[in-house]
Write a protein that binds this ligand. Structure first.
Ligand code: PGA
Length: 256
């Protein structure tokens, strides 16, 4: 049976006060509580400056705290950076690695993403490794090749970095555009990723990201290889996020 993981990526939004209000409302939401009770895993990734406030708001709930990025080194003269052990001390249980916005705007390549995944695993945290093709790559029919390349350095890493990871398939053209992949488009890539992982002995959940909302979540979750969602915009709205979490719960009940 699948286990669903629904993660809110708050990106560069929310002050500490906003985070406290948002996280408290999510934690107190009856359908979120009911879904967690029913086996859905839920997490949120606030900006670094809101980790403490969010952690306080989530205390006593089973909602997990995550971070959006980290440095490759555990400590050192790296002005402006935050390390994975620091995130562990801040209460995080997982960290995103290789989000497309970081690949594009911060020039992160596959080798760096793999070093970050290594740092996350070494700190005892779970990496959520993000992969996905651009519109141009999809149109030139190189989606599978791109995703395989993004995964390959991680798949062949001697430290088995993916063993305890989650993979997020996020087509770049669907992120923040309101234009989600259709369930069939997403499923095709998820099935491919699951096969690539299974061929190397990994049984890793693959979650979908890119314009997930309360209207499309149920159809995405009904797909056999989609095990949750990485949610950006909709995760900043309590009711929308709660609806997505509930859709995962209903999919579990339907035996997806
Ligand atoms: P979106 O973002 O849901 O706003 O498209 C998803 C993501 O970037 O993880």
């Amino acid at each position: 049976m699948k286990r669903f993981f629904v993660v809110g990526n708050w990106k560069m939004h929310t002050s500490p006060k906003d985070s406290l209000v948002l996280a408290s409302a999510i934690a107190a939401h009856p359908s979120v509580q009911h879904s967690i009770h029913g086996g859905v895993r839920v997490g949120v990734c606030p900006p670094f400056t809101s980790l403490a406030a969010t952690s306080a708001a989530l205390a006593g709930s089973s909602i997990e705290l995550g971070a959006q990025n980290c440095h490759t080194q555990p400590s050192g003269a790296f002005t402006g950076e935050i390390s994975a052990p620091m995130l562990a001390m801040a209460g995080c249980s997982f960290v995103l690695a290789g989000h497309s916005e970081r690949r594009v705007h911060c020039f992160e390549n596959d080798a760096l993403v793999s070093e970050k995944a290594k740092a996350i695993v070494s700190a005892g945290l779970q990496p959520i490794v993000c992969v996905g093709e651009t519109l141009q790559e999809r149109e030139s029919e190189s989606t599978f090749e791109v995703v395989r390349k993004q995964l390959s350095i991680l798949l062949s890493h001697p430290l088995n970095l993916l063993q305890h990871a989650v993979v997020a398939y996020e087509p770049v053209w669907a992120i923040g555009t309101g234009l989600a992949a259709t369930p069939e488009q997403a499923e095709e890539v998820h099935a491919f990723v699951c096969k690539e992982l299974a061929d190397r002995g990994y049984d890793v959940p693959v979650i979908y990201g890119g314009s997930v909302n309360e209207n499309n979540a149920a159809d995405l979750f009904a797909m056999p290889h989609i095990s949750g969602a990485l949610v950006g915009g909709a995760s900043l709205h309590v009711e929308q996020f709660a609806s997505i979490v509930s859709a995962a719960h209903r999919a579990l009940g339907a035996g997806a």
